[in-house]
Design a protein around this ligand. Structure first.
Ligand code: ZN
Ligand code: ZN
Length: 367
């Protein structure tokens, strides 16, 4: 596992704000373990392990309960203290004691049930709720330092796309190309490459295709969707390549896709309802006759997690606000034949939007 180094940030301010959210919602103790709520609030990310690491935030305390052998990993951010536990101690009992007489306990969404069940036993009588209710309102609005990291991550994947535009695709397998993409993602400044979809020919009709042994050849479309983490923040972009000239059918569909993605980007702004951005992009494909093959939502939020709130999807009536960051990524997937997708990350601003991916979006003809 590659260690992610979380950036310097106003952790004291974040803890103060989450306490205010807790007070609003009657939450007496916030317990966060693996996942990104803990690093968002404390600057420390738990190792996913049978040894419990848990941030315990109450009205008066912010403590990271951590295995003694991992305590040296914690960088002192000045906002939380560390409570190491030895191999023969019961960390659940320590957390329960720190939580005191909490009546309403918010638990991080990704906390393992092996810990949660025991916490529920030891904090008998307390009501347990999903911590997302108190952390989501903070995490969904990115501050300037977070946007700057997302921007840098976006530029780094754009640089990878620039390099991909000049390399030979044909004769190589999806898996080989995926490995190159991963290496370039790190070379361009990410700490870690987190995913790399290379889907060629009929495989491109599967939006989350796992790159395999298929050899890319003349006449293939190739969807490349990849990203990593830079300063702990995620990148995620998709461009579609084509080995040689595409068919008229493919070109026509791609023109519609470009128009759809452009309409989606143009629809982003403060005060806009999330589902209306999806609708704006989808309508273009309804008009062109391709909507039946656009089989997923338009976009997802992005930050410390690759997929987080807000989701641009029919049914989400959340209003976009400055500081929200998300993807706009329509695709057209013709089963058994071909696929295509264009994806950028955008940030909603006071007066519209900033696009964090700026490599050319048109179909890239490669050899
Ligand atoms: Zn993607
Ligand atoms: Zn995405």
């Amino acid at each position: 596992m590659t260690a992610i180094h979380f950036p310097d940030a106003d952790y004291a301010g974040r803890i103060a704000r989450v306490r205010a959210a807790m007070a609003d919602q009657g939450v007496d103790a916030l317990l966060v373990s693996v996942g990104n709520d803990l690093p968002y609030l404390t600057g420390y990310g738990a190792m996913p392990s049978e040894r419990l690491t848990m941030g315990v935030i109450t009205a008066n305390d912010s403590v990271i309960v951590i295995p003694e052998l991992e305590a040296p990993r914690v960088v002192d951010r000045g906002a939380s203290s560390v409570h190491p536990w030895g191999e023969t101690e019961d960390p659940i009992a320590i957390v329960a004691k720190l939580a005191g007489r909490a009546r309403r306990v918010a638990v991080g969404a990704q906390t393992w049930s092996v810990f949660l069940v025991r916490l529920q036993q030891q904090l008998g009588g307390a009501q347990f709720v999903d911590a997302t209710a108190v952390t989501r309102p903070l995490r969904i609005i990115k501050d300037e330092s977070e946007i700057d990291l997302l921007r840098r991550a976006g530029s780094a994947v754009d640089a990878v796309v620039e390099r991909l535009r000049t390399i030979k695709f044909s004769g190589r397998t999806e898996a080989q190309l995926a490995r190159d993409v991963m290496e370039m993602t790190v070379e361009e400044g990410h700490e870690v490459a987190t995913f790399h979809i290379v889907a060629s020919g009929p495989n491109a009709a599967s939006p989350h295709h796992e790159p395999g042994d298929r050899v890319i050849g003349d006449g293939d479309c190739v969807v490349v969707d990849f990203g990593g983490r830079l300063g702990a923040y995620c990148s995620d972009t998709t461009r579609t390549f084509h080995v040689g000239e595409p068919t008229a059918e493919y070109s026509e569909a791609f023109a519609a896709l470009e128009a759809s993605q452009s309409a989606g980007r143009a629809a982003v702004g403060p005060g806009v309802v999330a589902q209306d951005v999806d609708r704006a992009a989808r309508q273009v494909l309804v008009d062109s006759g391709h909507a039946e093959w656009f089989i997923h939502r338009l976009g997802h939020g992005i930050g410390l997690d690759g997929h987080e709130d807000p989701y641009l999807v029919e049914g989400n009536t959340e209003v976009l606000q400055p500081g929200m960051a998300f993807s706009v990524e329509p695709g057209i997937y013709m089963p058994g034949q071909w696929g295509m997708r264009i994806e950028d990350i955008l940030v909603c601003t006071q007066d519209g939007r900033e696009c964090l991916n700026n490599s050319p979006r048109s179909l890239v003809i490669v050899e």
